[in-house]
Design a protein around this ligand. Structure first.
Ligand code: NAD
Ligand code: UDX
Length: 465
């Protein structure tokens, strides 16, 4: 089997950056180059100040610090990296299409296709091309067709190697992966390519955890894994609404059902709704694929997971309005958290964006505090929705750097992200600063109801009456 010396990854985002940093760390003899067309992103990956890395993940900056410049490189020289690498990972974004056929559901594959065309143009030696991006089933065949029609005699093996890391725990997930999935052709050269890729992961993972499948199973499994995880969150969120109408408590229900070993305890935390760049996008893609194969019922079944998630976000915003005497106009509401979950600076599809949008439509005055998300990102998220002008968004929504001072004369606090630091705040001090009655809407079930009520708060916790 061929020994790997050089690999490159196209796309230095939330997946490409951490994944390649871990590979470089675990495989010191392999040179890893991560390339991107976004100069600012690459500059930040190369910044001496490790707090400026474009991706915040616990443990990441330490890994980057000890490998960067040795066998880990970040660069905008895409063609050079393609030319030199034996294995090329494609880890570019595959967002939901915003135009044309499949708009709002299908994955937009233009970035992946551009990569394939670029590889076809530049490659002079045989390459293994690895789909790391999440792609619809049968994309590998499209990539193959682009690569095989170059006429320059280069042989390409296409593998599907979807990434299962979750943000906020990316480094840990990569180092302790439950499994690595490698899909490829069943031909001798396809099998060899799978073994070569497997040899990289075998540097730190037991071989039994590296699953080899055909390429379609691998592509489909990624969409299905996300759909199943999101389905659990929507299922528990549906029940949280029922708990609020009865005297049942969603934590008790989660524990009661999660202790059944067939169900298991994970992904049963009721919340204001799931966010992130993957769940919604991948389910919409699954819905689109199902319907395009004429499987209407299958598409409808999975779409319900998204419908329930939208309901949960809307329900939270409506709860705030109805509790604050049916009007939030001119009222000061503090958002604790903007990221889609703790321990990440990523805000894509964060529930906070949609809750803020609904409250701003009701003319609330919002102040946001998030320990890792920048002001620029928060305004960009709101402006992208296009509900209001950028000027109006900046007039109605402000950013706080001091989360405690921000609560002065506030009517309410809404907890949108489960950052640990929110638990450590002196909530009595916050209570004293706020207007009375002082309301807290806990969309993350982060605090204790009894304690908050003892301090004087009117406290609403998702999934509890
Ligand atoms: P991202 O937007 O953070 O990063 C993608 C990067 O690719 C961007 O920096 C962009 O500039 C770059 N890019 C786009 N086209 C390029 C080109 N032609 N040449 C060079 N660079 C190019 O996206 P991400 O979150 O890292 O996701 C990447 C893929 O991985 C997606 O398909 C996603 O569905 C999948 N995925 C994401 C996660 C996650 O947690 N974010 C987890 C598993 C899988
Ligand atoms: C997800 C998958 O977990 C990961 O395997 C895949 O590679 C990418 O998509 P990610 O979106 O980064 O990862 O985070 P995840 O931990 O899955 O959380 C997604 C959203 O669901 C977050 O908004 C989170 O707060 C929410 N969630 C998760 C809940 O509301 N309740 C839960 O019990 C679990």
């Amino acid at each position: 089997m061929k020994k790997v010396n050089k690999i490159c990854c196209i796309g230095a985002g939330y997946v490409g950056g951490p994944t390649m940093s871990v590979i470089a760390n675990q495989c010191p003899e392999i040179t890893v180059t991560v390339v991107d067309i976004n100069q600012e992103r690459i500059d930040r990956w190369n910044d001496e100040d490790l707090d400026k890395l474009p991706v915040y993940e616990p443990g990441l900056k330490e890994i980057v610090a000890s490998n960067r410049g040795k066998n880990l490189f970040f660069s905008t020289e895409v063609d050079k990296a393609i030319d030199e690498a034996e294995i090329i990972f494609i880890s570019v974004n595959t967002p939901t299409k915003t135009y044309g056929k499949g708009k709002g559901q299908a994955a937009d594959l233009k970035y992946v296709e551009l990569c394939a065309r670029n590889i076809a143009k530049v490659a002079k030696t045989d390459k293994i091309v690895v789909e790391k991006s999440t792609l619809p089933v049968r994309t590998a065949s499209a990539i193959k067709s682009i690569l095989q029609n170059t006429g320059n005699g280069v042989n390409f093996e296409i593998l599907s190697n979807p990434e299962f890391l979750a943000e906020g725990t990316a480094v840990e997930d990569l180092l302790e992966a439950d499994r690595v999935l490698i899909g490829g052709d069943e031909t001798p050269s396809g099998k060899e390519a799978k073994d070569i890729l497997s040899s990289i992961y075998e540097h730190w993972l037991p071989k039994e955890r590296i699953l080899q499948t055909n390429v379609w199973s691998s592509e489909l499994s990624k969409l299905v894994a996300n759909a199943f995880l999101a389905q659990r969150v929507s299922s528990i969120n549906a029940i949280s609404a029922l708990c609020e109408r009865t005297d049942a408590n969603i934590s008790e229900v989660s524990r009661a059902i999660g202790t059944d070993s067939r169900i298991g305890p994970k992904f049963l935390n009721a919340s204001v709704g799931f966010g992130g760049s993957c769940f919604q996008k991948d389910i919409l893609n699954l819905v689109y694929i199902s319907r395009s194969f004429g499987l209407q019922e299958v598409g409808d079944y999975w779409e319900q997971v998204i419908i329930m998630n939208d309901y949960q976000k809307r329900r939270f915003a409506e709860k705030i309005v109805s509790t604050l005497y049916n009007t939030v106009s001119g009222k000061k509401i503090i958002f604790y958290g903007w990221a889609f979950k703790k321990d990440t600076n990523d805000t894509r599809e964060s529930a906070a964006i949609y809750v803020a949008d609904a409250l701003l439509e009701e003319k609330a005055e919002i102040i946001v505090y998030d320990p890792k998300v920048t002001e620029k990102t928060i305004y960009a998220d709101l402006d992208y929705l296009g509900t209001r002008s950028p000027e109006e968004n900046r007039k109605l929504l402000k950013i706080a750097t001091n989360p405690i001072e921000a609560t002065k004369d506030a009517h309410a606090i809404a907890i949108l992200t489960e950052w640990e630091e929110f638990k450590t705040y002196d909530w009595s001090e916050i209570y004293d600063k706020m207007l009375k009655p002082a309301f807290v809407f806990d969309g993350r079930r982060l605090l204790f109801k009894d304690e908050m009520e003892q301090k004087g708060f009117q406290y609403y916790k998702i999934g509890q009456s």
